[in-house]
Design a protein around this ligand. Structure first.
Ligand code: KG4
Ligand code: ZN
Length: 358
């Protein structure tokens, strides 16, 4: 079936057409209008500006998505839209547009959870569809959570951050050391320079880093954001505060912060905490494969380290291509397919919600 999907939960307006079948999802088009340049001026997303930009973009990207896919509304079998979680004003733009389109063209309307969408990004355009059960990580600007995916539609949280999200922490600390918003990709590159200076980035560099002089350097010491108990929870606010204090101490001493080595150390703590908790989750769920999703799934160090923890346990790891880590509508279409199969359709009373629901 052909699904036309919309995503507008944060600062990307996206429309996609995806051919969804039991064995394969084929992306026909996936148009993404990013607002990053607009929000960069403010160092982060301004919700009111985001809503207005979604309104301006959504009609034209819908035409673009249909024309790039070579189809018209007559060919579309169902309309899907992100209904939660996200910025409420931003979500409402997509939800209302999708509702109107579905009503006007008499198509079924499929509401989709944004996180189920991120997870489903790993199902797109593969020769063979990954088969549950999975342990899934969603790591983004708003989420650092671990999910048990028993079946495509049975997804529930088994661990989460108690305060800040991993992407938000990269963005905030990145901004302090002069990387423009969103800082994740720049932080990734800077950390790579730091790892190259100390241990290189050849196979096993994470393990080597732990034995390096930089790891033992008290001036660069940072705490782990893995909560020290049996839970699968994180706390990134402590790491963030410690990093800010570390930067201040360099300033007070009149020393120049070794930015690349600092970024490597910060990345080490963030990635290692995620690897530790995912390792615990995999050990507690024998036979489950691993899915990594969300904007931070683009992080090269995270991808490398989590590949190792899956391989050590002989589990398969599914990572979205870099182009599908961030917010996009193709992933919403993929998740929508399974909602459709379960009969989870919406009527015109559908409303958006800012809240997590998994
Ligand atoms: O999933 P996403 O596009 O939007 C949300 O739902 O939040 O994730 C955006 C987040 C931002 O915090 C951005 O800095 C981060 O993903 N990000 C990265 C990388 N690329 C994007 N974080 C670390 N390393 C990257 N390479
Ligand atoms: Zn997202």
């Amino acid at each position: 079936m052909l699904i036309l999907a919309f995503e507008s939960s944060c600062d990307e307006t996206s429309a996609a057409v995806v051919e969804c079948g039991a064995e394969r999802f084929i992306t026909k088009s996936n148009i993404i209008a990013s607002q990053v340049e607009t929000h960069r001026l403010y160092g982060g997303v301004v919700p009111e500006i985001a809503s207005r930009a979604h309104i301006e973009a959504i009609s034209s990207i819908t035409y673009e998505a249909l024309s790039e896919a070579g189809v018209t509304m007559a060919d579309i079998d169902a309309v899907a839209v992100t209904k939660n979680p996200g910025l409420i004003g931003a979500l409402l733009v997509g939800v209302n547009f999708a509702k109107a389109l579905a009503a006007a063209y008499k198509k079924p309307l499929i509401p989709v959870d944004h996180i189920k969408g991120h997870i489903a990004a790993t199902y797109l355009d593969r020769e063979k569809m990954p088969k549950p059960p999975f342990i899934a990580l969603a790591a983004s600007g708003g989420h650092t959570a671990i999910y048990e995916v028993k079946s495509y539609n049975d997804v529930h949280t088994i661990g989460t951050t108690r305060d800040d999200a991993i992407g938000e922490s990269f963005d905030k600390i990145g901004r302090i050391i002069g990387i423009p918003y969103p800082a994740g990709a720049g932080f990734d590159r800077l950390a790579k320079e730091g790892f190259l200076e100390t241990v290189g980035t050849e196979a096993g560099y994470f393990d080597k880093y732990k034995r390096s002089a930089d790891y033992k350097d008290a001036a660069l010491a940072l705490p782990s954001p893995a909560v020290k108990d049996d839970s699968l929870d994180f706390s990134f606010s402590g790491l963030k505060t410690a990093a800010i204090n570390l930067i201040h101490r360099y300033e007070q001493r009149g020393d120049e912060l070794p930015k690349a080595r600092f970024a490597a150390r910060y990345t080490y703590e963030a990635v290692e905490a995620v690897a530790k908790k995912l390792g615990m989750a995999l050990d507690a769920h024998p036979g489950y494969d691993l899915i990594i999703s969300g904007g931070v799934a683009a992080n090269s160090h995270l991808r490398c380290r989590l590949g190792e923890i899956a391989e050590r346990r002989a589990r398969q790891i599914y990572l979205p291509p870099l182009s599908l880590c961030g917010d996009n509508a193709a992933m919403i279409a993929a998740a929508a397919y399974f909602e459709f199969l379960d009969g989870n359709l919406a009527d015109p009373s559908l409303n958006a919600s800012a809240m997590d629901a998994l």
